[in-house]
Design a protein around this ligand. Structure first.
Ligand code: CO
Length: 134
């Protein structure tokens, strides 16, 4: 069911500082910041030869990463995103086996314009999983 790793997301308290660190210290190619109000984050993509890293900063009052940053004030790995060919088939298979899909269970359009779902971290060894249909 799982395809490639699409991205790894890191929540950061200060996006400009994180961009400077990835660009200047690590020497990576980084995108311009992109505000995603529907997701409550501002995101920068770090382009790597085999995948991407997304740097996420909270946007707005009800950001879904605010609680994570309260627990991890210097930032931390927030989720890993795997590609799937058919997100509804993947969801149905997962829920049939008892895994919990976050939210109302319907895919949302993610940062890359593709449908995404999130799976409960307690069902997958403490890691929040995002599925993206490609
Ligand atoms: Co993501």
């Amino acid at each position: 069911m799982l395809g490639r790793v699409n991205h790894i997301a890191i929540a950061v308290p200060d996006l400009a500082a994180a961009v400077a660190s990835y660009r200047d210290t690590l020497g990576a190619a980084v995108s311009q910041p992109q505000a995603l109000p529907a997701h409550g984050v501002t995101v920068v993509f770090v382009e790597l030869p085999n995948t991407k890293v997304e740097l996420l900063e909270p946007l707005g009052e009800a950001s879904p990463i605010a609680a994570f940053l309260e627990k991890n004030p210097s930032g931390g790995m927030h989720h890993i995103c795997y590609e799937v060919a058919d997100i509804l088939a993947a969801r149905d298979r997962l829920t049939a086996s008892g895994a919990r899909v976050l939210g109302n269970g319907e895919p949302k359009i993610g940062a890359h314009g593709k449908p995404v779902l999130f799976l409960h971290p307690k069902d997958f060894f403490g890691t929040l999983i995002e599925l993206e249909q490609v």
